[in-house]
Design a protein around this ligand. Structure first.
Ligand SMILES: CN[C@](CCCC[B-](O)(O)O)(CCN1CCCCC1)C(=O)O
Ligand SMILES: [Mn+2]
Ligand SMILES: [Mn+2]
Ligand SMILES: [Mn+2]
Length: 305
């Protein structure tokens, strides 16, 4: 595997300080050395440098639109460049608003994508349905073609062209979905495997049925967007919006191993690691180590040795 890593130290899609430290704590947990140790060729493109935007007043309830729009344009260009250079792209967040740029840049390189969204949350609020105005709860609404009529004009967002079809999206791990989001998921008929289905089917069947769904027509490259809060807080405590009843470490890793063996993984985001949300230092380190293990699973680490 040839891997290109981009660090995106960005936090303005949500209100809690610390998630901008995610890329460096994940690197400090040995990501590059461990990938090389399992035979990957790794190019670390370093961290993007995000300019601040002064007077970034909310538009309606939507917070920090200008700095989020600007940052995601940089992410989109960087991801497209990593793909053009021939690597599978690993984007280290930073908050989940960064998926706007990551998926947009990936789709610019490969227009036909399937998106596997692993998260406690659906992140599909529109600016008008969001209860918080935090854009990390909204990224999918800017990307899914069928929602384009629901998105108001926002400063620094005009470059974004919806690039994903609802039928090419699958969710795994949902357990904290806002009512308006649930309406959107149902209305668009988006395939979801919430935690109830993970329990009733088991993770192996979930992955089989997920692939049946996204590969039902043609096999498209996979964009895996992995929010660390999909995992149970006992496994990944250092994150901004923890929700109990999450994926076990084994289920979380199984998802990455399964996606790896499809041979179709083209880009992966690992987001919402926030060391400052940990009660103790070792919780931050533990969460970073789990994030590293998820990436290793994406690139061929098998637990049998
Ligand atoms: C579920 N939607 C939330 C959370 C989004 C999490 C983003 B992620 O990237 O971490 O997945 C929360 C909305 N609730 C907050 C508490 C009161 C009820 C609404 C939102 O702010 O939209
Ligand atoms: Mn998320
Ligand atoms: Mn989440
Ligand atoms: Mn469901």
């Amino acid at each position: 595997h040839s891997v290109g890593i981009i660090g995106a130290p960005f936090s303005k899609g949500q209100p809690r300080d610390g998630v901008q430290l995610g890329p460096d704590v994940i690197r400090e947990a040995g990501l590059v050395k461990k990938l090389e140790g399992q035979g990957c060729v790794v190019k670390d493109y370093g961290n993007l440098i995000f300019e601040d935007v002064s007077n970034d007043e909310p538009i309606g309830r939507t917070k920090q639109p200008r700095v989020v729009g600007l940052a995601n344009k940089q992410v989109a260009d960087a991801v497209q460049r990593v793909k053009n250079d021939g690597h599978t792209c690993v984007m280290l967040g930073g908050d989940h608003s960064l998926a706007i740029g990551s998926i947009h840049g990936h789709a610019a390189y490969r227009p036909e994508l399937s998106v596997v969204w692993v998260d406690a949350h659906a992140d599909i609020n529109t600016p008008l349905t969001s209860p918080t105005g935090n854009i990390h709860g909204q990224p999918m609404s800017y990307l899914i073609r069928e929602l384009c009529t629901k998105i108001p004009v926002l400063p620094n967002f005009s470059w974004i062209k919806p690039c994903i079809a609802a039928q090419d999206v699958v969710y795994i791990g949902l357990r904290d979905v806002d009512p308006e989001e649930h309406h959107i998921l149902k209305h668009l008929g988006i395939k979801t495997f919430c935690m109830t289905e993970v329990d009733s089917l088991g993770i192996a069947k979930v992955m089989e049925q997920m692939c049946d769904h996204i590969f039902s027509k043609i096999k498209k490259p996979i964009h895996l967007s992995y929010d660390i809060d999909a995992l149970d807080p006992s496994v990944a405590p250092a994150t901004g919006t923890p929700v109990i009843g999450g994926l076990t470490y084994r289920e979380g890793i199984y998802i990455t191993e399964y996606v790896c063996q499809t041979g179709l993984l083209s880009a992966v985001d690992v987001v919402e690691v926030n060391p400052k949300q940990a009660k103790r230092e070792e919780e931050a380190r533990f969460t970073a180590n789990v994030a590293v293990d998820l990436v290793l699973g994406c690139f061929g680490r098998v637990r049998e040795g």
